[in-house]
Design a protein around this ligand. Structure first.
Ligand SMILES: [Zn+2]
Length: 253
């Protein structure tokens, strides 16, 4: 198994790193240092339609993430972009991903520049080795923006000398809403945009699944029983045999 070394995990919202790759992140043997960077931290969204103002919801969500980072020994970095709920935008885009980004070119420019600065700093000062990036499975508009902001750096060839591994992750719970063939199709489509090949890395989280689900509950304003079930279901169907649970990553070749 490869060692990810010092890793930057790009998370569109506070809960995405935990939901999507929480089982991998709690395996300390893979990492030297974990740095979780959340892009959209201003939010009005809760899973329970709690009627509070943006500042209070954003603070609650940030605190949930502080608790998660503390529990897994990660460093937290927060950018301060407003999420789709704060921008009053449609949350899911049902067009082709290339059309979805048209109204967001400026914000993608801005995030891309900030990501580059942070990656550059971490490569020079913290020996950054690996970056984890969402695939934007499910077409949540903020995940699409995060994905595009990052792949621009790869396309412009700005990262090749700075880091060793780029790893894409399947956005959960959204990935659980597709069958595995549908998911393969989306992943191929994303990699065609990037013009790169990927190989899958299956991470066995069988002995970590309970801990992962418990950590997900730290995101109290976000995690419903339905989300827990969806993530459990996806981890189970990726496994070869009964009683096993997996997370799947995509390593850019
Ligand atoms: Zn998200």
């Amino acid at each position: 198994m490869i060692s990810f070394g010092t890793s930057l995990i790009i998370s569109p919202h506070f809960d995405d790193a935990c939901y999507s790759i929480g089982g991998t992140l709690i395996r300390d043997k893979y990492f030297d240092e974990k740095i979780i960077l959340t892009i959209f931290t201003k939010s009005r969204y809760t899973a329970y339609n709690i009627n509070l103002d943006e500042d209070i919801i954003s603070q609650l969500r940030e605190q949930e993430d502080i608790d998660f980072c503390k529990a897994i020994g990660a460093v937290q970095i927060c950018l301060d972009y407003p999420d789709a709920s704060s921008r009053n935008d449609e949350i899911f885009c049902n067009k082709h991903i290339n059309e979805c980004i048209v109204p967001y070119i400026e914000i993608i420019d801005s995030i891309s520049r900030v990501l580059y600065e942070i990656i550059h700093f971490l490569a020079n000062n913290r020996d950054l080795k690996t970056i984890f990036v969402p695939l934007a499975v499910g077409n949540h508009i903020d995940h699409i923006i995060a994905y595009y902001s990052f792949i621009r750096l790869i396309k412009e060839n700005k990262l090749s000398k700075m880091i060793k591994y780029v790893i894409f992750y399947e956005d959960l719970p959204y990935a659980s809403n597709y069958d595995l063939n549908g998911l393969d199709f989306i992943i191929r489509e994303r990699m065609d945009l990037l013009r790169r090949n990927v190989e899958s890395l299956i991470i066995d989280i069988s002995d970590m699944i309970d801990k992962k689900l418990k950590l997900m509950r730290l995101y109290k304003t976000q995690t419903t029983d339905e989300i827990l079930n969806e993530i459990y279901y996806h981890a189970k169907r990726l496994a070869m045999s009964e009683g096993q649970f997996m997370e799947r990553l995509w390593l850019v070749a």
